[in-house]
Design a protein around this ligand. Structure first.
Ligand code: TPP
Length: 399
Protein backbone atom coordinates (compact mmCIF):
# COMPACT_ATOMS: atom_id res chain seq x y z
CA UNK A 1 0.00 0.00 0.00
CA UNK A 2 1.86 3.07 -1.23
CA UNK A 3 0.95 6.62 -0.27
CA UNK A 4 -2.17 5.58 1.62
CA UNK A 5 -3.11 7.78 4.56
CA UNK A 6 -5.77 7.41 7.20
CA UNK A 7 -7.73 10.46 8.25
CA UNK A 8 -9.82 10.28 11.39
CA UNK A 9 -13.34 11.58 11.46
CA UNK A 10 -13.50 14.49 13.88
CA UNK A 11 -16.25 16.41 15.58
CA UNK A 12 -17.31 19.43 13.59
CA UNK A 13 -19.23 22.53 14.47
CA UNK A 14 -22.58 21.68 12.86
CA UNK A 15 -23.36 25.38 12.29
CA UNK A 16 -20.47 25.67 9.81
CA UNK A 17 -21.35 24.34 6.40
CA UNK A 18 -20.00 24.04 2.93
CA UNK A 19 -22.05 25.30 0.01
CA UNK A 20 -22.48 22.36 -2.44
CA UNK A 21 -22.25 24.82 -5.35
CA UNK A 22 -18.73 25.70 -4.19
CA UNK A 23 -17.77 22.03 -4.15
CA UNK A 24 -19.14 21.52 -7.66
CA UNK A 25 -17.30 24.66 -8.92
CA UNK A 26 -14.13 23.44 -7.33
CA UNK A 27 -14.56 19.97 -8.87
CA UNK A 28 -15.25 21.52 -12.27
CA UNK A 29 -12.15 23.74 -12.05
CA UNK A 30 -10.10 20.62 -11.32
CA UNK A 31 -11.54 19.02 -14.47
CA UNK A 32 -14.18 16.76 -12.86
CA UNK A 33 -17.51 16.99 -14.65
CA UNK A 34 -18.66 13.35 -15.06
CA UNK A 35 -20.45 11.94 -12.03
CA UNK A 36 -21.79 8.47 -11.39
CA UNK A 37 -22.95 6.75 -8.23
CA UNK A 38 -25.50 5.57 -5.72
CA UNK A 39 -26.78 8.27 -3.37
CA UNK A 40 -26.22 8.76 0.34
CA UNK A 41 -28.44 11.11 2.33
CA UNK A 42 -25.31 12.99 3.47
CA UNK A 43 -24.47 13.72 -0.18
CA UNK A 44 -28.00 14.74 -1.18
CA UNK A 45 -27.14 18.48 -1.51
CA UNK A 46 -24.08 17.74 -3.61
CA UNK A 47 -25.89 15.34 -5.92
CA UNK A 48 -28.70 17.89 -6.31
CA UNK A 49 -26.13 20.56 -7.24
CA UNK A 50 -24.50 18.24 -9.78
CA UNK A 51 -27.86 17.30 -11.30
CA UNK A 52 -28.83 20.94 -11.78
CA UNK A 53 -25.46 22.06 -13.13
CA UNK A 54 -25.18 22.49 -16.89
CA UNK A 55 -21.48 21.73 -16.60
CA UNK A 56 -21.95 18.26 -15.08
CA UNK A 57 -23.33 14.95 -16.26
CA UNK A 58 -24.77 12.48 -13.75
CA UNK A 59 -25.38 8.75 -14.18
CA UNK A 60 -27.45 7.04 -11.46
CA UNK A 61 -25.85 3.62 -10.99
CA UNK A 62 -27.61 0.57 -9.59
CA UNK A 63 -24.72 -0.37 -7.26
CA UNK A 64 -21.44 1.09 -6.13
CA UNK A 65 -19.54 -1.70 -7.90
CA UNK A 66 -21.26 -0.83 -11.13
CA UNK A 67 -20.48 2.86 -10.49
CA UNK A 68 -16.76 2.06 -10.21
CA UNK A 69 -16.86 0.10 -13.46
CA UNK A 70 -18.77 2.87 -15.28
CA UNK A 71 -16.22 5.35 -13.93
CA UNK A 72 -13.42 3.12 -15.23
CA UNK A 73 -15.04 3.28 -18.66
CA UNK A 74 -15.40 7.05 -18.39
CA UNK A 75 -11.75 7.33 -17.45
CA UNK A 76 -10.61 5.09 -20.31
CA UNK A 77 -12.52 7.45 -22.59
CA UNK A 78 -10.45 10.40 -21.42
CA UNK A 79 -12.59 12.02 -18.70
CA UNK A 80 -11.93 12.48 -14.97
CA UNK A 81 -14.83 10.65 -13.32
CA UNK A 82 -16.25 11.10 -9.83
CA UNK A 83 -18.04 8.28 -8.00
CA UNK A 84 -20.58 9.24 -5.35
CA UNK A 85 -21.28 6.63 -2.71
CA UNK A 86 -22.15 6.00 0.90
CA UNK A 87 -19.42 4.24 2.88
CA UNK A 88 -21.84 1.31 3.23
CA UNK A 89 -21.28 0.82 -0.52
CA UNK A 90 -17.52 0.38 -0.21
CA UNK A 91 -18.16 -3.34 0.20
CA UNK A 92 -20.02 -3.46 -3.12
CA UNK A 93 -17.10 -1.64 -4.75
CA UNK A 94 -14.23 -3.73 -3.38
CA UNK A 95 -14.03 -6.23 -6.24
CA UNK A 96 -13.90 -3.72 -9.13
CA UNK A 97 -11.52 -1.60 -7.06
CA UNK A 98 -9.12 -4.43 -6.27
CA UNK A 99 -9.31 -6.28 -9.58
CA UNK A 100 -10.00 -3.49 -12.08
CA UNK A 101 -9.11 0.08 -11.18
CA UNK A 102 -6.17 -0.63 -8.81
CA UNK A 103 -4.27 -3.23 -10.90
CA UNK A 104 -4.92 -1.46 -14.20
CA UNK A 105 -4.07 1.94 -12.66
CA UNK A 106 -7.36 3.53 -13.67
CA UNK A 107 -7.79 6.43 -11.23
CA UNK A 108 -11.18 7.52 -9.96
CA UNK A 109 -12.20 10.28 -7.53
CA UNK A 110 -14.61 9.14 -4.84
CA UNK A 111 -16.88 11.36 -2.81
CA UNK A 112 -17.99 9.23 0.13
CA UNK A 113 -20.79 9.96 2.58
CA UNK A 114 -19.42 8.79 5.94
CA UNK A 115 -22.16 7.21 8.04
CA UNK A 116 -21.39 5.74 11.45
CA UNK A 117 -18.18 7.67 12.20
CA UNK A 118 -16.73 7.74 15.71
CA UNK A 119 -18.61 10.88 16.74
CA UNK A 120 -21.71 10.25 14.65
CA UNK A 121 -24.51 8.81 16.78
CA UNK A 122 -25.73 6.72 13.86
CA UNK A 123 -27.96 3.69 13.53
CA UNK A 124 -26.74 0.14 14.03
CA UNK A 125 -26.28 -0.84 10.38
CA UNK A 126 -23.68 1.90 9.89
CA UNK A 127 -21.44 1.32 12.89
CA UNK A 128 -19.18 -1.47 11.61
CA UNK A 129 -18.45 0.17 8.27
CA UNK A 130 -18.17 3.57 9.97
CA UNK A 131 -15.34 2.13 12.04
CA UNK A 132 -13.39 0.57 9.16
CA UNK A 133 -14.12 2.72 6.09
CA UNK A 134 -10.94 4.75 6.09
CA UNK A 135 -8.82 1.67 6.78
CA UNK A 136 -10.52 -0.19 3.92
CA UNK A 137 -9.82 2.64 1.51
CA UNK A 138 -6.28 2.85 2.78
CA UNK A 139 -5.74 -0.92 2.40
CA UNK A 140 -6.78 -0.58 -1.24
CA UNK A 141 -4.21 2.19 -1.71
CA UNK A 142 -6.81 4.95 -1.86
CA UNK A 143 -5.76 8.07 -0.04
CA UNK A 144 -8.66 9.79 1.71
CA UNK A 145 -9.17 13.40 2.76
CA UNK A 146 -11.81 14.65 5.16
CA UNK A 147 -13.61 17.62 3.62
CA UNK A 148 -14.12 20.62 5.88
CA UNK A 149 -15.94 23.91 5.40
CA UNK A 150 -12.62 25.66 4.59
CA UNK A 151 -12.74 26.71 0.90
CA UNK A 152 -8.97 27.09 0.64
CA UNK A 153 -8.53 23.59 1.98
CA UNK A 154 -11.12 22.41 -0.52
CA UNK A 155 -9.10 23.80 -3.43
CA UNK A 156 -5.98 22.20 -1.99
CA UNK A 157 -7.75 18.86 -1.54
CA UNK A 158 -8.98 18.98 -5.14
CA UNK A 159 -5.43 19.64 -6.36
CA UNK A 160 -4.11 16.73 -4.28
CA UNK A 161 -6.84 14.44 -5.59
CA UNK A 162 -6.19 15.58 -9.13
CA UNK A 163 -2.45 15.01 -8.75
CA UNK A 164 -2.99 11.54 -7.26
CA UNK A 165 -5.01 10.71 -10.34
CA UNK A 166 -2.94 12.41 -13.05
CA UNK A 167 0.60 11.83 -11.86
CA UNK A 168 0.33 8.71 -9.72
CA UNK A 169 -2.66 7.06 -11.48
CA UNK A 170 -4.16 6.57 -8.03
CA UNK A 171 -7.72 6.88 -6.88
CA UNK A 172 -8.52 9.37 -4.14
CA UNK A 173 -11.50 9.70 -1.77
CA UNK A 174 -13.04 12.87 -0.37
CA UNK A 175 -14.95 12.09 2.82
CA UNK A 176 -18.13 13.98 3.69
CA UNK A 177 -19.44 13.81 7.26
CA UNK A 178 -22.92 14.57 8.57
CA UNK A 179 -24.02 18.18 8.31
CA UNK A 180 -21.06 19.42 6.26
CA UNK A 181 -23.08 20.36 3.19
CA UNK A 182 -25.77 23.00 3.33
CA UNK A 183 -29.02 21.80 1.83
CA UNK A 184 -30.15 22.14 -1.75
CA UNK A 185 -33.49 21.31 -3.35
CA UNK A 186 -33.50 18.04 -5.28
CA UNK A 187 -34.44 18.69 -8.91
CA UNK A 188 -37.67 16.89 -9.64
CA UNK A 189 -37.28 14.10 -12.12
CA UNK A 190 -38.54 11.04 -10.37
CA UNK A 191 -42.13 11.12 -9.26
CA UNK A 192 -45.47 9.83 -10.42
CA UNK A 193 -45.04 8.29 -13.83
CA UNK A 194 -47.48 7.85 -16.61
CA UNK A 195 -47.64 4.08 -16.66
CA UNK A 196 -49.64 4.10 -19.86
CA UNK A 197 -46.68 5.71 -21.60
CA UNK A 198 -44.31 3.45 -19.74
CA UNK A 199 -45.98 0.10 -20.35
CA UNK A 200 -48.29 0.97 -23.22
CA UNK A 201 -50.91 -1.46 -21.94
CA UNK A 202 -53.57 0.60 -20.28
CA UNK A 203 -52.19 1.04 -16.76
CA UNK A 204 -53.20 4.17 -14.93
CA UNK A 205 -50.66 6.41 -13.30
CA UNK A 206 -49.55 5.43 -9.78
CA UNK A 207 -52.30 6.60 -7.44
CA UNK A 208 -51.37 5.25 -4.02
CA UNK A 209 -48.44 5.41 -1.68
CA UNK A 210 -46.48 2.41 -0.41
CA UNK A 211 -48.15 2.71 3.01
CA UNK A 212 -51.57 2.05 1.40
CA UNK A 213 -50.30 -1.27 0.04
CA UNK A 214 -48.48 -2.20 3.25
CA UNK A 215 -51.80 -1.80 5.01
CA UNK A 216 -53.42 -4.19 2.51
CA UNK A 217 -50.62 -6.72 3.00
CA UNK A 218 -50.67 -6.64 6.81
CA UNK A 219 -54.47 -6.97 6.82
CA UNK A 220 -54.35 -9.81 4.31
CA UNK A 221 -51.88 -11.95 6.22
CA UNK A 222 -52.75 -11.00 9.83
CA UNK A 223 -49.46 -12.25 11.27
CA UNK A 224 -49.36 -15.68 9.60
CA UNK A 225 -46.80 -14.82 6.94
CA UNK A 226 -43.28 -13.56 7.45
CA UNK A 227 -42.92 -10.04 6.06
CA UNK A 228 -39.38 -8.92 5.21
CA UNK A 229 -39.02 -5.21 4.52
CA UNK A 230 -36.16 -3.50 2.71
CA UNK A 231 -33.74 -0.71 3.65
CA UNK A 232 -34.95 2.85 4.09
CA UNK A 233 -38.55 3.97 4.50
CA UNK A 234 -40.11 0.57 3.77
CA UNK A 235 -39.31 -1.26 7.03
CA UNK A 236 -40.17 1.88 9.00
CA UNK A 237 -43.60 2.07 7.37
CA UNK A 238 -44.18 -1.63 8.05
CA UNK A 239 -43.35 -0.97 11.70
CA UNK A 240 -45.81 1.90 11.76
CA UNK A 241 -48.55 -0.48 10.62
CA UNK A 242 -47.82 -3.18 13.11
CA UNK A 243 -45.11 -4.39 15.44
CA UNK A 244 -44.83 -8.14 15.01
CA UNK A 245 -42.25 -10.87 15.48
CA UNK A 246 -43.32 -12.08 12.03
CA UNK A 247 -41.57 -9.05 10.50
CA UNK A 248 -37.93 -8.74 9.56
CA UNK A 249 -36.44 -5.27 9.33
CA UNK A 250 -33.63 -5.22 6.80
CA UNK A 251 -32.19 -1.90 7.92
CA UNK A 252 -28.87 -2.27 6.05
CA UNK A 253 -27.41 -4.59 3.36
CA UNK A 254 -29.36 -2.80 0.65
CA UNK A 255 -30.52 -5.13 -2.11
CA UNK A 256 -30.31 -8.33 -0.08
CA UNK A 257 -33.89 -8.65 1.16
CA UNK A 258 -35.11 -10.94 -1.63
CA UNK A 259 -32.11 -13.24 -1.07
CA UNK A 260 -32.80 -13.38 2.67
CA UNK A 261 -36.43 -14.19 1.82
CA UNK A 262 -35.31 -16.97 -0.53
CA UNK A 263 -33.11 -18.52 2.15
CA UNK A 264 -36.03 -18.53 4.58
CA UNK A 265 -38.68 -19.67 2.09
CA UNK A 266 -36.60 -22.72 1.16
CA UNK A 267 -36.59 -23.86 4.82
CA UNK A 268 -40.12 -23.11 6.03
CA UNK A 269 -43.70 -23.94 5.16
CA UNK A 270 -44.74 -20.43 6.08
CA UNK A 271 -45.54 -17.87 3.41
CA UNK A 272 -42.66 -15.43 3.02
CA UNK A 273 -43.44 -11.99 1.63
CA UNK A 274 -40.51 -9.82 0.57
CA UNK A 275 -41.17 -6.08 0.47
CA UNK A 276 -38.50 -4.65 -1.82
CA UNK A 277 -37.77 -1.23 -3.34
CA UNK A 278 -36.97 -0.48 -6.97
CA UNK A 279 -33.52 0.86 -6.07
CA UNK A 280 -32.74 -2.09 -3.84
CA UNK A 281 -34.06 -4.67 -6.33
CA UNK A 282 -31.98 -3.12 -9.11
CA UNK A 283 -28.88 -3.10 -6.89
CA UNK A 284 -28.92 -6.91 -6.74
CA UNK A 285 -31.02 -7.83 -9.73
CA UNK A 286 -29.17 -11.15 -9.95
CA UNK A 287 -31.12 -12.29 -6.87
CA UNK A 288 -34.14 -12.65 -9.12
CA UNK A 289 -32.42 -15.21 -11.33
CA UNK A 290 -31.70 -17.40 -8.28
CA UNK A 291 -35.30 -17.11 -7.10
CA UNK A 292 -36.49 -17.91 -10.62
CA UNK A 293 -34.27 -20.99 -10.68
CA UNK A 294 -35.37 -22.33 -7.27
CA UNK A 295 -39.01 -21.16 -7.33
CA UNK A 296 -40.13 -21.73 -3.75
CA UNK A 297 -43.93 -21.79 -3.92
CA UNK A 298 -44.28 -19.95 -0.61
CA UNK A 299 -42.36 -16.83 -1.72
CA UNK A 300 -44.08 -13.61 -2.76
CA UNK A 301 -41.72 -10.89 -3.95
CA UNK A 302 -43.25 -7.41 -3.94
CA UNK A 303 -41.38 -4.44 -5.43
CA UNK A 304 -42.63 -0.99 -4.46
CA UNK A 305 -41.54 1.14 -7.38
CA UNK A 306 -41.39 4.90 -6.83
CA UNK A 307 -38.66 5.17 -9.52
CA UNK A 308 -36.35 6.83 -7.04
CA UNK A 309 -34.03 6.40 -4.08
CA UNK A 310 -36.57 8.13 -1.89
CA UNK A 311 -34.82 7.42 1.40
CA UNK A 312 -31.72 9.40 0.38
CA UNK A 313 -33.47 12.40 -1.13
CA UNK A 314 -35.41 11.23 -4.18
CA UNK A 315 -32.65 10.83 -6.76
CA UNK A 316 -33.86 8.84 -9.78
CA UNK A 317 -33.21 5.13 -10.20
CA UNK A 318 -33.31 3.49 -13.63
CA UNK A 319 -36.72 1.98 -12.78
CA UNK A 320 -38.68 4.18 -15.16
CA UNK A 321 -37.35 2.16 -18.09
CA UNK A 322 -37.45 -1.24 -16.37
CA UNK A 323 -40.41 -3.59 -16.79
CA UNK A 324 -40.07 -5.37 -13.49
CA UNK A 325 -42.79 -7.97 -14.08
CA UNK A 326 -41.25 -8.90 -17.42
CA UNK A 327 -37.83 -9.19 -15.77
CA UNK A 328 -39.29 -11.56 -13.17
CA UNK A 329 -40.89 -13.78 -15.83
CA UNK A 330 -37.66 -13.76 -17.83
CA UNK A 331 -35.80 -14.83 -14.68
CA UNK A 332 -38.09 -17.84 -14.26
CA UNK A 333 -40.74 -16.69 -11.74
CA UNK A 334 -43.85 -18.66 -12.73
CA UNK A 335 -46.10 -15.69 -12.05
CA UNK A 336 -45.59 -11.91 -12.21
CA UNK A 337 -48.04 -9.01 -12.30
CA UNK A 338 -48.14 -5.25 -12.03
CA UNK A 339 -50.89 -3.86 -9.79
CA UNK A 340 -51.71 -0.24 -9.03
CA UNK A 341 -54.54 -0.41 -6.48
CA UNK A 342 -54.99 -2.09 -3.07
CA UNK A 343 -57.93 -4.28 -4.27
CA UNK A 344 -55.82 -5.49 -7.21
CA UNK A 345 -53.02 -6.28 -4.78
CA UNK A 346 -55.43 -8.28 -2.63
CA UNK A 347 -56.46 -10.31 -5.68
CA UNK A 348 -52.82 -10.92 -6.61
CA UNK A 349 -52.04 -12.11 -3.06
CA UNK A 350 -55.08 -14.45 -3.12
CA UNK A 351 -53.88 -15.90 -6.44
CA UNK A 352 -50.37 -16.41 -5.07
CA UNK A 353 -51.62 -18.25 -1.99
CA UNK A 354 -54.10 -20.35 -3.97
CA UNK A 355 -51.60 -21.34 -6.67
CA UNK A 356 -48.76 -21.71 -4.15
CA UNK A 357 -46.23 -20.62 -6.74
CA UNK A 358 -43.43 -18.06 -6.58
CA UNK A 359 -45.11 -14.76 -7.37
CA UNK A 360 -43.70 -11.38 -8.24
CA UNK A 361 -45.86 -8.30 -7.68
CA UNK A 362 -44.69 -4.98 -9.08
CA UNK A 363 -46.46 -1.98 -7.55
CA UNK A 364 -45.86 1.50 -8.96
CA UNK A 365 -46.28 3.88 -6.01
CA UNK A 366 -46.36 7.59 -5.39
CA UNK A 367 -43.42 8.82 -3.31
CA UNK A 368 -44.06 10.22 0.16
CA UNK A 369 -45.04 8.94 3.59
CA UNK A 370 -48.34 9.18 5.39
CA UNK A 371 -46.53 9.75 8.68
CA UNK A 372 -43.00 10.84 9.55
CA UNK A 373 -40.80 7.75 9.47
CA UNK A 374 -37.86 9.31 11.30
CA UNK A 375 -37.24 8.50 14.87
CA UNK A 376 -38.31 5.08 16.08
CA UNK A 377 -35.54 3.46 18.13
CA UNK A 378 -35.55 -0.29 17.60
CA UNK A 379 -33.56 -3.01 19.32
CA UNK A 380 -32.78 -4.77 16.05
CA UNK A 381 -30.86 -7.67 17.58
CA UNK A 382 -33.67 -8.65 19.97
CA UNK A 383 -36.23 -8.13 17.24
CA UNK A 384 -34.28 -10.39 14.88
CA UNK A 385 -34.09 -13.11 17.57
CA UNK A 386 -37.89 -12.91 17.96
CA UNK A 387 -38.28 -13.17 14.19
CA UNK A 388 -35.98 -16.19 14.17
CA UNK A 389 -38.19 -17.88 16.79
CA UNK A 390 -41.29 -17.06 14.72
CA UNK A 391 -39.76 -18.63 11.61
CA UNK A 392 -38.62 -21.75 13.46
CA UNK A 393 -41.91 -22.32 15.27
CA UNK A 394 -44.28 -24.51 13.22
CA UNK A 395 -47.44 -22.67 12.15
CA UNK A 396 -49.78 -25.09 13.96
CA UNK A 397 -48.02 -24.28 17.26
CA UNK A 398 -48.54 -20.57 16.65
CA UNK A 399 -52.24 -20.85 15.83
C1 TPP B 1 -24.87 -0.39 -0.28
C2 TPP B 1 -25.68 0.82 0.05
N1 TPP B 1 -25.63 1.88 -0.77
C3 TPP B 1 -26.35 2.99 -0.49
C4 TPP B 1 -27.13 3.05 0.62
C5 TPP B 1 -27.90 4.29 1.00
N2 TPP B 1 -29.34 4.07 0.83
C6 TPP B 1 -30.16 3.74 1.87
S1 TPP B 1 -31.75 3.56 1.42
C7 TPP B 1 -31.36 3.93 -0.19
C8 TPP B 1 -32.43 4.04 -1.23
C9 TPP B 1 -33.19 2.77 -1.46
O1 TPP B 1 -33.97 2.93 -2.63
P1 TPP B 1 -35.26 2.06 -2.89
O2 TPP B 1 -34.96 0.63 -2.67
O3 TPP B 1 -35.81 2.44 -4.21
O4 TPP B 1 -36.28 2.47 -1.73
P2 TPP B 1 -36.87 3.93 -1.37
O5 TPP B 1 -35.77 4.67 -0.70
O6 TPP B 1 -37.31 4.57 -2.65
O7 TPP B 1 -37.98 3.64 -0.42
C10 TPP B 1 -30.00 4.17 -0.35
C11 TPP B 1 -29.35 4.52 -1.63
C12 TPP B 1 -27.14 1.89 1.46
N3 TPP B 1 -27.88 1.83 2.58
N4 TPP B 1 -26.42 0.82 1.15
Amino acid sequence: MVGAKTVHVMTRDMSVMLDPENVVDSLNRAGFSHFVGVPCSLLQPLIAAVRTSARCSYIPASSEGEAVAIAAGLRLSGTKPVVFMQNSGIGNAVNPLTSLTCPLEIPVLFVVGMRGGATDNDSLEHLTMGRISEQMLSLMGIRSTLLTDDLNALERDMRTASRDMQELSKSHALLVTRGLLSSAAEPSTAGPRDLEALYGDGHNAAQYQRADFIETITQFFEGEAALLATTGGCWKELRQHRQSAADFYQMGSMGCVSAIGLGIALQTEKTVVVLDGDGAALMKLGNMSTIGALQPGNLVHVVFDNAQYESTGGQPTAAATVRFASVALACGYPSAVTVTTPPALKDALSDAIRARQTTFIHIPVLPGHKRDVGHDKVDFVSHTRAFERFIQTPSEVLS
